[in-house]
Design a protein around this ligand. Structure first.
Ligand SMILES: O=c1ccn([C@@H]2O[C@H](COP(=O)(O)O)[C@@H](O)[C@H]2O)c(=O)[nH]1
Length: 275
């Protein structure tokens, strides 16, 4: 999927919402346990209830890998379901991969050949040869961890050398590996004020921003510091949307939670004259 196609979808849906499919088997409604694949049944309901409000879905691999082989099957069915029924939607594997080149090449095959993801999150720590194999796939994206939303981001990501913080170094150096058509950066919503500095280094890249909802980040602040004239943001919420309800009407509750964020997004896009 191209950058332009993502932007068109943002304008059409008046939304830059990414719904995180962190579909924890222990948290989904109990009545779904009667189905043959409870997590798939859950994901299908969530996707059907939100597809017109979301521009991206982001299954986090941990919630599928933790179930073994059946989890991987559920993941594959989920990706295929979204691709077949809602082909305009961008699908992100939140896998945080990256290894020596030979191994990264196989990670890339897993997400772009064996599974039909548009993008995969990649850790930058092992450097250029660990990231480039993912970038050799035309039309697919790397989303590089830059400044994460968690407390532990303070352990390394702000370390300074020559007055440059590590996350800044990641952003500047990696721009020679890929470009605005195949690389995005992860920046936590809990660090919204830092988006100003990040936009100075990467004005045109799309940013994947997790951390609104359950982690308490502010959507308005993210838009204030991070939005560019093509929006340039995919803001993720997982638990705050998918676990909005627990009963038979969980999909309706999820839709209401997504609608609330999408309405705020529409307003922010209008203020910036993007829609
Ligand atoms: O810096 C990061 C990078 C990734 N994540 C992931 O995003 C979602 C957030 O879930 P919520 O339930 O909305 O808090 C989850 O999959 C994280 O692993 C992140 O939070 N921060």
């Amino acid at each position: 999927m191209t950058r332009q196609e993502i932007f068109e979808q943002i304008r059409k849906k008046k939304s830059f919402l990414c719904v995180g499919l962190d579909s924890d088997i222990n948290k989904i409604p109990r009545f779904l346990y009667d189905t043959s694949d409870p997590v798939f049944a859950f994901n299908k309901e969530i996707v059907d209830a939100t597809h017109d409000l979301a521009v991206a879905y982001k299954p986090n691999l941990a919630f599928y890998e933790s179930m073994g082989v059946s989890g991987w099957n559920t993941l594959e069915k989920t990706v295929n379901y979204i691709r077949y029924n809602y082909p305009d939607i961008f699908i992100i594997a939140d896998a945080k991969r990256g290894d020596i080149g030979n191994t990264s090449h196989h990670y890339a095959r897993a997400f772009f050949d064996a599974l039909d993801f548009d993008a995969v999150t990649v850790a930058p720590y092992m450097g250029s040869d660990s990231v480039k194999p993912f970038l050799s796939y035309v039309g697919r994206w790397v989303i590089l961890l830059a400044l994460t939303s968690n407390q532990g981001a303070n352990d390394f990501q702000f370390l300074k050398e020559d007055n440059t913080r590590l996350f800044e170094k990641v952003i500047t150096t990696s721009q020679s590996w890929g470009d605005i058509e195949n690389m995005m950066y992860v920046v936590g919503a809990t660090r919204a004020e830092m988006l100003k500095d990040i936009r100075a280094l990467a004005p045109d890249h799309f940013l994947l921003v997790p951390g609104v909802g359950a982690q308490g980040g502010s959507l308005a602040e993210v838009a204030r510091y991070g939005m560019n004239d093509q929006c340039g943001l995919l803001v993720n919420s997982s638990r705050g949307i998918i676990f909005a309800g627990e009963g038979k009407d969980f999909a309706e509750k999820t839709r209401n939670a997504a609608l609330q964020i999408q309405s705020e997004m529409a307003q922010l896009l209008a203020e910036k004259a993007i829609i």
